[in-house]
Design a protein around this ligand. Structure first.
Ligand code: SAH
Ligand code: AVI
Length: 312
């Protein structure tokens, strides 16, 4: 576990600050969703995964259980399994059991989630070599894999949906250089009412997840956001095929971050996340454009979610 670190480095904080200042300076204010995942954000996301309305995790778990033998045949036993955005690693456990990988490399920007998951895995699979890597997959990473053993990239959870189409294309092309095979979890287009409920849960956990971003910016960057002056706002944008999450200012006010002052009109929003939903054909076309040829698709019985097996 040599590659684990504790706390953000001065450089990471400087990049975070730059991203926040740039995002809040745009005409449509925005913040990158990767910053949701501090320790509190990762815990809130784990609660989201267990909500009745958030079908995503259950659908992917169900399809992975249902098609595990075929998925394992596709990936191959004894491979080096590299997982981007590994989080809690609930589905990873199924794959690890079926594949018995030579090494498992969970990669996550959330050091707390990564550390907790790696500890749990070491207890549960004493035979498994776990090499966690704390890092941002939107930048080049030095992944500790051996030559000679095939690598498989696993990117579950529909985290790819949080990237724009251009970013997803770039990510898939980059992954092609890391491994010849890839397993990607993709949330499918469906009844907008189902989508709406999943991102507007009754218990308000998604709202707390969204608002936590402001609390994190206050704590780590010394801003003076008042989260009480914002409300969670999520809706399905059918033209773009995505859920958009925003934080909407309830009244006119301004926020300070160092020497910067950001003015908010009443009703103005900060766009905090896109969660793109694909049809199988749309995702197949995106993968083909990124240079993957073979495409296998496994879905759950209700057709809510798909796992794509891509071959470079
Ligand atoms: N794979 C898990 C978790 C999905 S949540 C599942 O399927 O349930 C998204 C995960 O990706 C979080 O753990 C978050 O910390 C991580 N993440 C988000 N953006 C990231 C980035 N740019 N680099 C690395 N990890 C990222
Ligand atoms: C991690 N990601 C795929 C989640 C999603 O559904 O887009 C994050 C999330 N945002 C709100 N709820 C869950």
């Amino acid at each position: 576990m040599a590659r684990e670190r504790r706390g953000a480095s001065p450089l990471e904080l400087a990049v975070f600050r730059e991203d926040v200042v740039a995002g809040l300076s745009r005409p449509q204010k925005s913040l990158p969703p990767k910053y949701f995942y501090d320790a509190a954000g990762s815990r809130l996301f784990e609660r989201i995964c267990r909500l009745a309305e958030y079908y995503v995790t259950r659908a992917e778990l169900a399809l992975t259980r249902q098609h595990l033998a075929a998925i394992a045949r596709f990936a191959g036993r004894g491979c080096q399994l590299i997982e981007y955005g590994s989080g809690e690693g609930v589905k990873s456990r199924l794959l690890i059991r079926a594949l018995r990988p030579a090494v498992y490399v969970p990669i996550d920007i959330s050091q707390d989630a990564l550390r907790a998951a790696a500890r749990g895995l070491a207890r549960e699979f004493p035979w498994l070599r776990v090499a966690p890597l704390a890092g941002d997959f939107s930048r080049p990473l030095d992944i500790p894999v051996r030559r000679g053993t095939p690598s498989v990239v696993y990117f579950p959870g529909s985290t790819i949906g949080n990237l724009t189409t251009d970013e997803a294309h770039g990510f898939l092309s980059m992954s092609r250089g890391v491994a010849a095979k890839m397993l990607v979890g993709v949330d499918l287009k469906k009844d907008p009412a189902v989508l709406h409920a999943a991102y507007n849960d009754k218990a308000g956990v998604t709202a707390a997840f969204n608002l936590n971003l402001l609390t994190r910016i206050n704590r780590e960057l010394g801003a003076d956001f008042d989260p009480g002056r914002f409300r969670h706002y999520a809706f399905y944008n059918p033209a773009a095929g995505r859920i958009e999450m925003h934080l909407i200012a309830l009244e006119k006010h301004s926020v300070r971050l160092g020497r910067h002052r950001f003015r908010f009109a009443a009703g103005e929003t900060i766009h905090t996340e896109n969660s793109c939903k694909y049809s199988p054909a749309e995702f197949g076309a995106l993968a083909a454009k990124a240079g993957f040829r073979g495409t296998k698709t496994w879905t759950d019985r209700r057709g809510l979610f798909a796992l794509f097996g891509l071959t470079a």
